[in-house]
Design a protein around this ligand. Structure first.
Ligand code: PLP
Length: 388
């Protein structure tokens, strides 16, 4: 099938929700992807921060295939080893006490929202359900997580949205202003991903944490994008020296398979009991086997490499013409540019480089294992396109 036919078929049969780039991803190796006709792309997108170790990582594939050869799905009515082992590893690495597994970022956040409301209900009774999120945040596409998302452009067509959310300026004063007696939680991305790759100020975050602690307001950190080594720490909250009550993650967790996790620290470890929440696919053994392979290899050495690669990329990106500012943390990098980001992304693609956008910024999320050669090849194309 020619690419033209593929596009036709896709256009005819797939719901038109995606504004796809004009490229087919067929196979590849590490941070190099290929279309069926052999065109190669350097991958600075990782399938939106999902392919943590690139594609076709040998160890990851061995772990996934070994599980596929045992059992592919069991449901949560029974015990499976990869799920229990992954939960144990997450708890040991982060100090979290309990984990709920789902299939996506939105579901991980949906679970956090339910847990925050139940925690408050159990302790304070009805009426204390309000959750404060930030302006420009992104928490997912389900009705609850869209309601939690602080962007007006997302609040169209689908009324009524779920009540009980408000959106604060990304400062301590802003968050405090939105919190009242009915507030049960504050939910934050520490580096806003879709909102433009902006890291929150550490002093402000520390103040928000202290305010939440003294008012028994749960602090939920959405690490769907920032988690699993992406920022140069296992989870981005470690950069900020804070102790959240709930951390959600998904994207890079299973290295390419759908898996979400909601992690409950001490305060809410016993919030859920049997029947309070559930998922048919959540914590699927194949996805968990993939996650075990990824998570067990995100060690200090790898995190230092991520930090080194980040510094290397940022230095070189900062020197490129028409780049106004380089933002972000670790291998989650935003470029404010004087050109149209979508057009730049399309030109990069034509020349063999995959980059993402976030608002009018270029967003770079290369695999954590991206090589020096791949980084240099990508930088060369970005330099050519942005200097034009
Ligand atoms: C991508 C993302 C989500 C939604 O994840 P899905 O897997 O697409 O449901 C939620 N929060 C953040 C911060 C994200 O980057």
């Amino acid at each position: 099938m020619e690419f033209r036919e593929l596009k036709e078929k896709d256009g005819k049969y797939i719901a038109a929700t995606y504004n796809r780039f004009s490229a087919e991803i067929y196979d590849g190796n590490g941070a190099t992807l290929r279309s069926e006709d052999g065109k190669e792309y350097i991958d600075f997108g990782s399938g939106i921060a999902v392919n943590s170790f690139g594609v076709n990582d040998r160890e990851w594939k061995d772990a996934v295939i070994a599980q596929i050869n045992k059992v592919q799905h069991a449901s949560n009515l029974y015990y499976t080893r990869p799920q229990a082992e992954l939960a144990e590893l997450l708890c040991k690495k982060t100090g979290t006490r309990k984990v709920f597994f789902s299939n996506s970022g939105a579901e991980a956040n949906e679970c956090a929202i339910k847990a925050a409301r139940k925690y408050s209900f159990d302790k304070y009774g009805e009426g204390r359900f309000h959750i404060v999120t930030l302006k420009n945040s992104f928490h997912g596409r389900t009705m609850a997580t869209l309601s939690a998302t602080g962007q007006d452009v997302m609040h169209k067509y689908f009324m009524p949205f779920l009540g009980g959310f408000s959106y604060a300026e990304p400062t301590f004063a802003g968050v405090k202003k939105e919190c009242g007696n009915g507030t049960c939680a504050v939910m934050l991305e520490l580096v806003q991903g879709e909102g433009g790759v902006k890291a929150l100020d550490a002093t402000e975050v520390k103040k928000i944490e202290a305010f939440c602690k003294s008012n028994d307001i749960l602090l939920i950190i959405d690490e769907v994008q920032t988690g699993n080594g992406r920022t140069g720490r296992l989870y981005a909250y470690e950069h900020y020296g804070i102790s959240p009550d709930i951390v959600t993650t998904a994207k890079g967790l299973a290295g390419g398979l759908p898996l979400g996790a909601t992690m409950f620290f001490e305060k809410c470890e016993n919030t859920f009991s049997a029947g309070d929440h559930g998922s048919t696919f959540g914590g699927n053994p194949v996805a968990c086997a993939g996650a075990l392979s990824i998570l067990s290899r995100i060690d200090e050495k790898l995190l230092l490499e991520v930090q080194g690669k980040s510094a290397y990329l940022r230095t070189h990106l900062g020197r490129i013409a028409n780049v106004v500012e380089v933002s972000g943390l670790g291998l989650m990098i935003g470029l404010e540019i004087t050109k149209n980001a979508r057009e730049v992304a399309e030109k990069c693609l034509e020349r063999g480089l995959i980059v993402l956008t976030a608002k009018n910024k270029i967003r770079l999320l290369p695999p954590l294992t991206v090589s020096k050669g791949e980084m240099d090849a990508g930088l060369k194309i970005l330099n050519e396109v942005l200097s034009e």
